[in-house]
Design a protein around this ligand. Sequence first.
Ligand SMILES: Nc1ncnc2c1ncn2[C@@H]1O[C@H](COP(=O)(O)OP(=O)(O)OP(=O)(O)O)[C@@H](O)[C@H]1O
Ligand SMILES: [Mg+2]
Length: 215
Amino acid sequence: MSLLRVSALAKSFGARRLFAIDELTLLAGASYVLTGENGSGKTTLLRIMAGLETPDGGVGHYRSRRFDWQPYPDWLRREVIYVHQQPYLFHTSIAQNIAYGLCARRIDRRRRESLVAGAIAWARLEHLLATPPQKLSGGERQRVALARAWVLAPAVLLLDEPTASLDAESRRQTIELLRGFGSARTTTVIACHDRDVIELPDVRRLDLAGGQIVV
Ligand SMILES: Nc1ncnc2c1ncn2[C@@H]1O[C@H](COP(=O)(O)OP(=O)(O)OP(=O)(O)O)[C@@H](O)[C@H]1O
Ligand SMILES: [Mg+2]
């Protein structure tokens, strides 16, 4: 079933046409990798789909509900989450970082604490809880950011190069988490060049080339 579909999605920066995508359909519960050369527009495309950037034109459908970007609807922001390649962490604690979106959604404290505890266990962060977020390694920060997104159980999760600039062991741990990310409840798109991610089982490939998506 089509979960998120965008049509005639165009974006230019100045005179430079980045892409004009006829159609891109994400199926419910499927996992995708988004490949493409540096500068082809992967980050821009993910940010547009999450409503963080505005395209020059385009129409979207979420399930069968139509939307556009003027403005991007608030109800869709709750469904589509983008995780930055170098995620920003608040200078509070790991647990408070993970709880951030739950607080914004006014989830009550008991339920929040139980969800955060589940996310901490999922991302194997227990031994780091006393460490200030700004002291974490790149791989640990990435795991906190993944937990912060995962805990919200988004319908669509857009991950921007989650394994870039990590050492071998952090990469391995992050890929382990990515394996468990796609599920019936979450459609994931992972922008990356990492062969080990591209070759994960049951991952479909999207390639952004020449301003079009090639499936
Ligand atoms: N706000 C902006 N203003 C002007 N140009 C921009 C802006 N954002 C991105 N660009 C340009 O658009 C192009 C695509 O950028 P984008 O970051 O989407 O590519 P990418 O495929 O994610 O690249 P990479 O593989 O290096 O991450 C680049 O040439 C970039 O310089
Ligand atoms: Mg990018």
